[in-house]
Design a protein around this ligand. Structure first.
Ligand SMILES: Nc1ncnc2c1ncn2[C@@H]1O[C@H](COP(=O)(O)OP(=O)(O)OP(=O)(O)O)[C@@H](O)[C@H]1O
Ligand SMILES: [Mg+2]
Length: 342
């Protein structure tokens, strides 16, 4: 089956006064129908830039240097701004961390969602539009939806505003929803409610989701597959069970160790990975995680490892997976040598 989205060897940079920031370096992945793909990684790993590249929302300094982004087989690289406007909202929708910045404070929310519907279908009557907004408010479980149509954004709580954003994103029945940390700014209990809502919507609507988060706990609840990013690269890709049960990258193992326990204060990390992320203006020639990795050998600092296929849809780039990797102290001893280079 043709994937909804297929990204191949994507490279995205920003021009800054200190030099070229190589934010995304050769990212490839697919999103198939009905899948929810999580992108996880620490701050600055390139998660948002990957998703903003898909929508071509990189601002004046950002540039896709090479690669291919296909939506249902149709190449998006090279599309004009006007063509991209047709794709954004209608075929790919996006929700962000802070809904307040995306809502107009002076216009009632019902009207804003209505405008979104109208922007993509000018033939729709006023009555039809109102009915559709109500239907969307009900879908995202906004209580007393008729009353709420006329409310302004500031009259909503953070969680309710995020529901409005989700309603807006769903207005044009997109094939793909990109959610970039949509619950990070919310209280823990509200976060859970929004995640539950997204789970329910997944079942109700036939829509694929690209879900960006730094929280592997959220990934466990929502995603079918995970991409683990670091230093602008995908370090590991795996199905949800494999990532938790058979992680094949020391960075993924570090992230798993840093998940807060179920009953711990969420702000307290269990065991953060020591060290800091790489300089993306002068990215290291070897594995970007090597300086922080307790398994790193000389080769790790010198050369980027190739991807190895560990099992179906499970790949990882780590020199410890090579057949000639040292067996002593190797976390993947005996497993890695089976993985073919891809
Ligand atoms: N407009 C920009 N100009 C210059 N550099 C940028 C710009 N946007 C992002 N970057 C850089 O690109 C890299 C990747 O950033 P990105 O926003 O994708 O990280 P992220 O994984 O989404 O992190 P976070 O979890 O903090 O949101 C970082 O080094 C960041 O500083
Ligand atoms: Mg981000």
């Amino acid at each position: 089956m043709e994937p909804i989205l297929e990204i191949r060897d994507l490279n995205t940079s920003f021009l800054t006064s200190s030099g070229e920031v190589q934010a995304v370096r050769g990212v490839s992945f697919k999103v198939e129908k009905g899948q929810t793909i999580g992108i996880v990684g620490e701050s600055g790993s390139g998660k948002s830039v990957t998703s903003l590249s898909i929508l071509k929302l990189l601002g004046s300094t950002g540039r896709i240097k090479s690669g291919s982004i296909r939506l249902h087989g149709e190449e998006l690289i090279g599309k004009t701004r006007k063509e991209m406007r047709q794709i954004r909202g209608r075929r790919i929708a996006m929700i962000f961390q802070d809904p307040m910045t995306s809502l107009n404070p002076l216009i009632p929310v019902g009207e804003q969602v209505g405008e979104m519907i109208w922007a993509h279908d000018k033939s729709i009557s006023k009555e039809e539009r109102r009915a559709r907004v109500l239907e969307l408010f009900e879908m995202v479980r906004i209580p007393e939806p008729v009353k709420r149509l006329k409310s302004f954004p500031h009259e909503f709580s953070g969680g309710m505003r995020q529901r409005v954003m989700i309603a807006m994103a769903l207005a044009c029945k997109p094939e793909l929803l990109i959610a970039d940390e949509p619950t990070t700014a919310l209280d823990a209990s509200i976060q859970d409610q929004i995640l539950k809502l997204m789970q329910q919507l997944q079942h109700e609507i036939d829509m694929s989701i690209l879900f960006i988060t730094h929280d592997l706990g959220v990934v466990a609840e929502l995603c079918t597959h995970v991409l683990v990013m670091y230093g602008g690269l995908i370090m590991e890709e795996a199905g949800i069970d494999d990532i938790f049960e058979r992680p094949m990258h020391p960075y993924t193992m570090g992230l798993l160790d840093s998940i807060p326990g179920l009953h711990q204060d969420k702000s307290q990390l269990l065991k953060p990975i020591p060290g800091s992320p790489p300089d993306m203006i002068h990215p290291p020639k070897g594995c970007p995680f090597a300086p922080r990795c307790s398994y790193a050998c000389r080769v790790c600092l010198e050369e980027l490892p190739p991807y190895r296929q560990v099992s179906e849809r499970h790949r990882s780039m780590c020199w410890m997976l090579a057949p000639d990797a040292p067996s002593e102290g190797n976390p993947f001893k005996g497993i890695g040598s089976k993985g073919a280079v891809i």
